[in-house]
Design a protein around this ligand. Structure first.
Ligand code: ADP
Ligand code: G6P
Length: 355
């Protein structure tokens, strides 16, 4: 039977500003779980939900309590907690975690209105992605794992230009203005959530080219909290030591400005963390196998799985740099965490995955 209480929905929170790579990350995550996620069949074509065999991704914009007109009238942005219904978010995430289906509202991004709700059944893995997955402490306590995508202003700007100017015909000035207008609420309500994240992917301009802030070559840091159950941070060469590594040489082709890795312990908002950093980009993605073979605790099921995942999706943005690499690794860590959590609940011992 499928009665409430027996359900084993694992809940993952993914926080980031909009346009910061959440959907790309979700595509990498569901690929690791073995199937692409798609919009619900036969439902509202403007649904924000994605469903695969294992995973349901819901977009927290669906918990907007104020629609576009309401926000205009009240003078609040979508980032403002007053525009969002955290009571309903908590009730519904809790119900799903307890194995109970819910009628979730739909925020229609085209019309800016709230559409009639859609039925969401409890999945194996529920991902809640959006602006506020770690804002409300009740919702936060339901998360089995949380991730924050921390895109620096310079890089955010470069990505917005690429998308909004090239694809949506906005002007440079209007893009600048919209980023500036969002910033106070972003700083007040979105950014502080990173202190609660189990893993943070920080995306910064490269340090390999002095003075560069074009946002093309990236320095990406994976910040992993220590002491999180079922999550053992990845390490390079020697756990706990501090290492700087330039892998360019006989085994790896690097053109200017090269590739640089860093690994070491640090503190982040008062928590002990391990940091793995990659600056630069791969010339030849198949050579990533050389880097992969030097990483431990990456939760792969076979040798070369990280490289295989990246090669499968070379068309996704960031596949040749640390964003793609670390998103893929976090996906594998989540699969591992999921398998350990399920095994612990069912009491079945699980064969350890390969380091
Ligand atoms: P979100 O779901 O958070 O709105 P997307 O994953 O759709 O973000 O990404 C938005 C845009 O940002 C992409 O179309 C792309 O232009 C840019 N982008 C996202 N991730 C990367 C990346 N790793 N490298 C370069 N550009 C990226
Ligand atoms: C969604 C996005 C926000 C965006 C908003 C647009 O809620 O998640 O990031 O700002 O839509 O709101 P607007 O009031 O400009 O339609």
């Amino acid at each position: 039977s499928c009665s409430a209480g027996e359900a084993q929905t694992v809940v993952i929170g993914l926080a980031a500003d909009s346009g910061c790579g959440k959907s790309t990350f979700m595509r990498r995550l569901t690929s690791v779980f073995g199937g692409a996620a798609e919009p619900p069949k036969g439902g509202n074509p403007d649904s924000n939900t994605l469903i695969s065999d294992t995973t349901t991704v819901i977009c927290l914009d669906d918990y907007h309590s104020l629609d576009r007109t309401g926000r205009k009238k009240e003078g609040v942005t979508a980032l403002d907690p007053r525009a969002n219904d955290f009571d309903l978010m908590f009730d519904q995430v809790k119900a799903l975690k307890d194995g109970i289906a819910v009628e979730k509202p739909i925020y229609n991004h085209v019309s800016g209105l709230l559409d009639p709700p859609e039925l969401i059944k409890p999945p194996k893995i529920l991902v809640i992605e959006g602006l506020h997955p770690m804002y409300d402490s009740r919702v936060r306590d339901l998360l089995d794992f949380s991730i924050y995508l921390d895109i620096s202003n310079e890089v955010k700007f470069a990505w917005k230009i690429q998308r909004d100017m090239a694809e949506r015909g906005h002007s440079l000035e209007s893009i600048k203005a919209s980023i500036e207008a969002r910033k106070p609420d972003f700083d007040a309500f979105i950014d502080p959530q990173k202190q609660y994240a189990d893993a943070v992917i920080e995306v910064l301009p490269t340090q390999l080219i002095p003075g560069d802030n074009e946002g093309k070559v990236l320095r990406v840091r994976l910040i992993m909290k220590e002491g999180v159950k079922y999550f053992n941070p990845v390490y390079l060469f020697d756990e706990g030591s501090t290492i700087s590594w330039i892998p360019c040489g006989r085994k790896l082709t690097c053109s200017y400005p090269g590739i640089k890795f860093f690994y070491g312990p640090d503190t982040y908002f008062g928590n002990e963390v391990s940091v793995l950093e990659m600056d630069g980009q791969f010339d030849r993605l198949d050579e990533l196998i050389y880097v992969e073979s030097h990483l431990s605790n990456i939760s792969t099921k076979f040798y070369g799985e990280v490289t295989q995942q990246l090669l499968k999706h070379t068309d996704f943005p960031g596949s040749n740099n640390g964003t793609g690499l670390f998103q893929t690794i976090v996906g594998l860590k989540i699969r591992d965490l999921y398998e350990q959590l399920i095994a612990s609940k069912s009491g079945t011992p699980l064969a350890a995955t390969k380091a």
